[in-house]
Write a protein that binds this ligand. Sequence first.
Ligand code: PD2
Ligand code: ZN
Length: 278
Amino acid sequence: MPEQVITPELRQWIIDQATAGHSADSVISAMQASGWSEDTALAALENTLKDQALPMIEASRPFPEVVMSAGGTTVWAHDREVSVLASMARPRVLVLGGLLSAQECHEMIELAQPRLARSETVINATGGSEVNVARTSQGMFFARAENELCARVEARMAALLNWPVERGEGLQILRYGPGAEYKPHYDYFDPSQPGTPAVLRRGGQRLATLVTYLNTPASGGATIFPDVGFQVSAVAGNAVFFSYALPHPMTQTLHGGAPVLAGEKWVATKWLREQRFE
Ligand code: PD2
Ligand code: ZN
């Protein structure tokens, strides 16, 4: 049994495998074939990727990110100044203030309300969608630039996140009534699921999520990140942004919508894709 030390060479090899798109399983198998125990190989892989590969992968290609001026607490985004209220490095999470005006929040809700249906989620096996009990909200999608408000808000989000409008999905609006929640999940498409290739043909993986709160629930409804014990209060006009350089739990981007305890909660979600989304 060779000594199980993560040398710089092994680290680089792991990073090369991950960036070339090899699955974690195949990397583990290769390590096992050269004498590593499965547990140690897995730990080495996860630690290497989390600490080394995620920053490298982010730096090696364009990636959605808010760029702040040194010492700044605000960002000019197209037509509006947005505050950065809090930020975390790993997982990459930013809490943003004043992304939408009160009037824009109100208008977005008015436009979405007549088109709400019970929320569906992607069926991993087929790439289709279905009503899911883990998600007790109602929702709808706007097409990109479907109306003047969407076009304006999308241009602002694109400027804020340094990511082309064309690489974003249309805004999804969700309404949660009292008791409704969105159980913790990842927003990327699981590469191990058979339906994923079909979903990826429309614009590649999701890389990041921007959830904008369109109202302030009377009680409850925070966005939660259980891996890191972090939660973001839903406040009208504010938003939470998080990104994931790889479609893997090591990104620690498990997140959910906590139950609405009183009143209702409205959000607009923008997902950012690797390529042009059609
Ligand atoms: O409404 C939320 O807080 C929430 C939580 C988790 C929204 C989403 N995920 C989503 O739209 O993906
Ligand atoms: Zn989500």
